[in-house]
Design a protein around this ligand. Sequence first.
Ligand SMILES: [Zn+2]
Ligand SMILES: [Zn+2]
Length: 109
Amino acid sequence: MILNTPCQHCQQPIEFDDAQINQFVACPACAKQTRLLAVSTPASRREPELDPCPDCGEYISYSALLCPKCGRFCGVTFMMVFQVVCLVTVSYVVLTALGILCKMALAGI
Ligand SMILES: [Zn+2]
Ligand SMILES: [Zn+2]
């Protein structure tokens, strides 16, 4: 199992195999000797604000417009705005068309 522990000098996270627990290694960031402690979180922890891409399953940010892996357009926030704009536009067009039809009907009478 891959574990993750912060360097005791610079707090840079270091990934290591659980077989290396309590061993001393040179930190890749500051080159000082640091101990690999068992109190750590799994390296594969996902951030809560990430959402899986509907196409390839890659975790992407809510604010991202395009999936960085497959290029699919899947910006959640942008899609919600886009849908509202579409709804407003469609309503406006329908209401305008109805208005014109009413005027035509009135002119016909
Ligand atoms: Zn360090
Ligand atoms: Zn994708």
